[in-house]
Design a protein around this ligand. Structure first.
Ligand SMILES: N[C@@H](CCC(=O)N[C@@H](CS)C(=O)NCC(=O)O)C(=O)O
Length: 252
């Protein structure tokens, strides 16, 4: 319950995903004067990094609305947007007057804030949580950089005004092979990355793996690895991902 004060009275409200504050006036008939509605706002829903956040919100049953940011037109570098995200990247969320950027930080924030709502994405014990964090870091620092470079140089060179470089493509794929070999070994021991439970660590891999499997003729990177392939079939068939994909098509 979150306390709030309105019209000189402190009230308690249950603050779930949609936070509706009903403010009663001082009028003698106590009539309802004002309804303030706060829904999580997600900037840039079509981009892969934003989709991490969206899948997390759907899994946690948190309502949201979206603000389109056209990265092809460079809207992420507009002065107004830079006030929200000074590095000029999507996503950003606004939750009332709270603003947060960095997709993995946003996921951690909501998974913790609504711990008992929707699917638990952090594990049940401190040890499980440690493993969720470990594999989130692996995704961010080992998987993401080569996956991102591969996507930019194979799919989005024109959109981002870069020249597609075969050397970058070759080196990125080689690095990804190493990472996916480690995933293969890990997934021979547990169903998901952090253990036998679905978590933020799995979600974080979905958007860029989707490009690799579906859009660049490199699906063998996943399909040739039995355990990675079974894991991908599982996580990419979750209703949360299907919903996000259906609502916000990738920008290709
Ligand atoms: N570390 C950031 C990275 C976000 C990111 O790279 N976003 C890409 C889209 S997937 C972007 O905005 N690219 C446009 C640009 O960097 O100008 C996060 O996870 O939120």
């Amino acid at each position: 319950m979150d306390p709030y004060t309105c019209g000189g009275t402190t009230k308690s409200v249950t603050r779930r995903q949609r936070c509706t504050l009903l403010c009663w006036s001082n009028l003698s008939n106590n009539s309802l004067l004002l309804t303030i509605t706060m829904v999580v706002k997600v900037y840039g829903p079509h981009c892969a990094s934003a989709k991490r956040v969206l899948v997390c919100l759907v899994e946690k049953e948190i309502e949201f609305e979206v603000v389109p940011i056209d990265v092809g037109k460079g809207e992420q570098k507009d002065p107004g947007y830079l006030k929200l995200q000074p590095f000029g990247a999507v996503p950003v969320i606004q939750d009332g007057d709270y603003t947060l950027y960095e997709s993995r930080a946003i996921m951690r924030y909501y998974a913790e804030k609504y711990r008992s709502q929707g699917v638990d994405l952090l594990g049940n014990t401190i040890e499980e949580r440690g493993l969720v964090e470990q594999w989130l870091e692996v995704e961010a620092h080992n998987f993401h950089p080569p996956a991102y470079d591969l996507c930019i140089h194979v799919l989005f060179a024109a959109m981002f005004g870069v020249t597609s470089d075969p050397k970058v493509i070759e080196e990125s794929e080689a690095k990804l092979v190493q990472v996916l070999n480690i995933y293969e070994e890990r997934l021979s021991k547990s169903k998901y990355l952090a253990g036998d439970f679905f978590s933020l660590a799995d979600i974080s891999n979905i958007p860029f793996l989707y490009y690799i499997v579906n859009n660049m003729g490199k699906d063998y990177l996943v399909k040739d690895r039995k355990n990675v392939s079974a894991w991908w079939d599982d996580i990419s068939n979750r209703p949360s991902w299907k919903k996000v994909l259906q609502l916000y098509k990738p920008p290709i």
